[in-house]
Ligand binder design. Structure first.
Ligand code: ADP
Ligand code: MG
Length: 384
């Protein structure tokens, strides 16, 4: 956690003005991988790492955006905003400004200061936290009060349309709507959601494998195509099926033979994952941590064997976690082919767990992992 005084001082030194302050957290997905574009379920939680924004008006029509993480300031003209990003970090906050302008708001000049402790580009969604923290700052400047789901949608559009990254709604949604000590079961079909309590005494340990295999982009595209193929075969027989969200394991048993072997496996992952994700939220609600751990293990196996989106390093990180005392559940989280694993661990064992995981992973792979220990945090808010 950064000290809010730090970003206030940073902003005052930069602009001479007293700012309004906001924060938006990063996130980790506990279960529900590659279900979002099948209009299915995800179960993320916000983490205690966050992006902070400070904002104050400017009279000269200029927008100045400074990021402490990049130690760089960019200046734009509020009257002539670009409609596309340029591949720079400022695309993320500026994209939010451009999307707000597109909604019909007149954008005045302002100074925005950004600083955060969400690791950048590690799969913990620093990008969504920058967008949501910017959107809150801009909303307060403009005196508008979007609902949190609407705010998440606008920020997703900033990332899709302005930055040009093909992300789903999960990251922005959890950053805007999280509740402390809870995961959030999100239905990506209609954005309905419910909270599932994470009991006291459970820590979240995020372990970065430090690898991200370069095949990821192309494989993402081919997985999506295979998921669509599986869906199209089922839809030929059952007209109500628009996405795999609508399909069942029975459908696969009946018509799986008409699919390519890969489409069948990908379909089995997505249909099973939707069931597991809802069951995992129920397990949390019922305080059944053993069941949660079982579901996470099954999800990892499915992600690795049926969806084939894991890698040796991630499988190693999960296998090692399973041998360390205190583990409730472990799996590879995020888009796949590297990135982080998420581990739910008994709080009393958390320190020892983190130390052992680090050591064993280093001994096995030769790579020193980054390990982050956190709790499920609250959502984005203004800091007074
Ligand atoms: P992730 O969201 O998993 O961290 P992304 O690649 O989606 O990874 O987003 C990372 C990018 O978001 C950074 O490269 C940078 O452009 C932008 N970003 C994140 N945090 C900050 C920050 N504190 N200041 C400026 N830009 C940031
Ligand atoms: Mg991101």
């Amino acid at each position: 956690m950064l000290d809010p005084k730090h970003i206030r001082t940073l902003h005052k030194n930069r602009t001479g003005n007293e700012p309004a302050l906001f924060l938006a957290p990063g996130r980790v997905n506990i279960i529900g991988e590659h279900t979002d574009y099948a209009e299915g379920f995800v179960l993320p939680a916000a983490i205690e790492f966050a992006t902070y924004t400070a904002i104050s008006p400017r009279a000269d029509g200029k927008i100045t955006i400074y990021s402490e993480n990049f130690n760089e300031e960019k200046v734009f003209d509020a009257a002539t905003l670009p409609s596309k990003g340029s591949g720079h970090w400022s695309d993320y906050p500026l994209g939010v400004v451009a999307i707000f302008a597109g909604e019909g708001h007149t954008i005045p000049g302002f100074a925005l200061t950004i600083a955060g402790d969400v690791p950048l580009g590690s799969g913990l969604s620093s990008s969504a936290s920058v967008e949501i923290a910017t959107a809150l700052a801009l909303s307060s400047l403009l005196g508008i009060d979007y609902t949190r789901p609407k705010l998440a949608r606008l920020c997703q559009r900033a990332e899709n349309e302005f930055v040009g990254a093909n992300c789903g709604i999960m990251d922005q949604f959890i950053s805007a709507n999280a509740e402390a000590n809870h995961a959030l079961l999100l239905d990506c079909r209609d954005l309905s959601f419910r909270y599932a309590p994470i009991p006291d005494g459970v820590a979240l340990i995020i372990a970065n494998t430090m690898v991200r295999h370069s095949v990821a982009g192309g494989e993402y595209t081919s997985r999506r195509a295979e998921v669509e193929e599986a869906c199209a075969v089922i839809a030929r027989h059952r007209s109500g099926v628009r996405f795999l969200r609508d399909a069942t394991l029975d459908d696969l048993a009946q018509w799986g033979s008409e699919m390519s072997p890969n489409a069948l496996k990908r379909g089995r992952h997505v249909i099973g994952e939707n069931l597991r994700t809802v069951a995992a939220a129920d397990a949390l609600t019922n305080g059944n941590l053993a069941e949660l751990g079982r579901l996470m293990a099954e999800a990892h196996k499915s992600y690795s064997e049926d969806f084939e989106a894991s890698c040796t390093e991630a499988d190693t990180m999960v296998a090692l976690a399973n041998k360390i005392p205190g583990l409730i559940g472990a799996r590879l989280t995020g888009g796949g082919f590297g990135g982080c694993t998420v581990n739910l661990v008994e709080e009393a064992q958390a320190e020892n767990f983190a130390a052992q995981l680090k050591e064993h992973y280093k001994n096995t792979t030769g790579i020193t992992p980054e390990i982050h220990r956190t709790k499920a945090a609250g959502g984005a808010h203004r800091i007074d």
